[in-house]
Write a protein that binds this ligand. Structure first.
Ligand SMILES: [Zn+2]
Length: 370
């Protein structure tokens, strides 16, 4: 989700303050959802986050669209490198961790922490979801809807209220459990396959900020196509980093390597749709520049006000479970931040200049006949 790409460091500040001030009672809201879930971080993922190149098996890849091996390194982070294909502008992580190692990420302490944070921001997320649902309803008013990477389920919740018959997939068991137990929505924890939901086909498949995590985007889009009814719609949101001029890269505080495996240009997305049996229908574009600027200013303010020792605690807290009481400063901060990002991204970002700048793209495609 767009704000999740930007907000961790800012919101962690509130969480560090709170842990110092209020003790360690876990959130009832989260505890109910996750039951007896084991909160221990996986050792394997710790190595991902703290010393990635030393213990993870890496493999080199080529551009999946052109077959080129690029030497043009455009991003370096956490010891990983992203290369940009000179032919199609796709940015891809290479060398990258193997598929089994990537899969460990989803059961990790870091992923669980992100899941808990997503649940805390559930109610304010709905303002984002209503925006996306209004767009979905321009193309299809009702039917069966599957969300891949459903997070805390706020989109499914809104879509159900809007008359859709909803189902979800989320690989993180904290979020999947929340969706099933608290929202009463069917949610599976395995990647989409021929046996998902008993082979059922859907009128709409939706995902947001998921495509950058697909190990093989072409194969995943073919699977999605196969699970759509005739004339069914695919709606998804992602960034456009492949189109962004490099001078704007400095606006990003993190690229989240190796979690993100690909960064697409808009023409990559069109090619991906063409190769996997879809026809492009519409693209909605929102500039991320206003939000990124504000985040950069906040980051500077944090650098000036948080001591080095506290910042070390902040980094450690990226893999630790969130600890707080039900209604808390961090709960308020996360929900206020969700409203703020909605205004900055979808209300202000939609009227700002976009060419060559970071954008959030909401793509609408239809399953091609024949
Ligand atoms: Zn290429």
């Amino acid at each position: 989700m767009p704000q999740d790409r930007f907000c961790f460091e800012i919101l962690d500040l509130f969480e560090v303050e709170e842990v110092k001030g209020t003790g360690t009672s876990p959130s009832n809201r989260i505890a109910e959802a996750q039951g007896e879930h084991d909160r221990c971080a996986s050792d394997a993922l710790e190595s991902f986050c703290t010393s990635p190149r030393q213990s993870v098996h890496l493999e080199e890849i080529e551009c999946p669209f052109c077959g080129n091996k690029s030497s043009n390194i455009v991003i370096e982070e956490e010891g990983y490198q992203c290369r940009k294909c000179h032919r199609c502008s796709l940015i891809y992580l290479s060398p990258r961790p193997s598929l089994p190692e990537i899969q460990k990420l989803y059961g990790s302490g870091r992923a669980n922490r992100s899941a808990e944070a997503g649940i805390l921001g559930f109610f304010s997320r709905r303002v984002h979801e209503r925006h996306h649902l209004r767009i979905v309803k321009k193309f299809i008013k009702k039917g069966s809807l599957l969300e891949i990477g459903a997070g805390a389920g706020s989109f499914l919740y809104e879509a159900r209220k809007g008359g859709f018959e909803v189902s979800g997939i989320d690989l993180n068991n904290i979020q999947a459990s929340f969706i099933r137990k608290r929202l009463g929505i069917c949610c599976e924890e395995s990647p989409l396959s021929v046996s998902s939901f008993g082979g059922k086909k859907f009128d709409i498949i939706y995902h947001r900020d998921v495509i950058s995590h697909f190990y093989d985007p072409i194969e995943e889009f073919k699977k999605i196509n196969d699970r759509l009814e005739n004339d069914g719609f695919l709606v998804f949101e992602t960034g456009n980093l492949g189109d962004v001029r490099e001078k704007y890269y400095k606006l990003f505080t993190r690229f989240q390597l190796p979690d993100h495996l690909f960064f697409f240009a808009e023409k990559n997305l069109e090619e991906l749709l063409r190769r996997t049996g879809f026809e492009w229908v519409e693209a909605y574009r929102y500039s991320e520049v206003p939000l990124l600027w504000v985040m950069k200013i906040l980051r500077r303010a944090i650098d000036l006000t948080v001591s080095r020792g506290e910042r070390k605690n902040l980094q450690k807290s990226h893999t630790a479970p969130l600890k707080r009481n039900g209604f808390s400063l961090s709960w308020l901060a996360r929900n206020a931040f969700n409203y703020f990002t909605y205004i900055m991204l979808y209300k202000i970002g939609c009227v700002m200049p976009k060419r060559g700048r970071p954008q959030s793209l909401l793509m609408v495609a239809r399953k091609r006949r024949g």
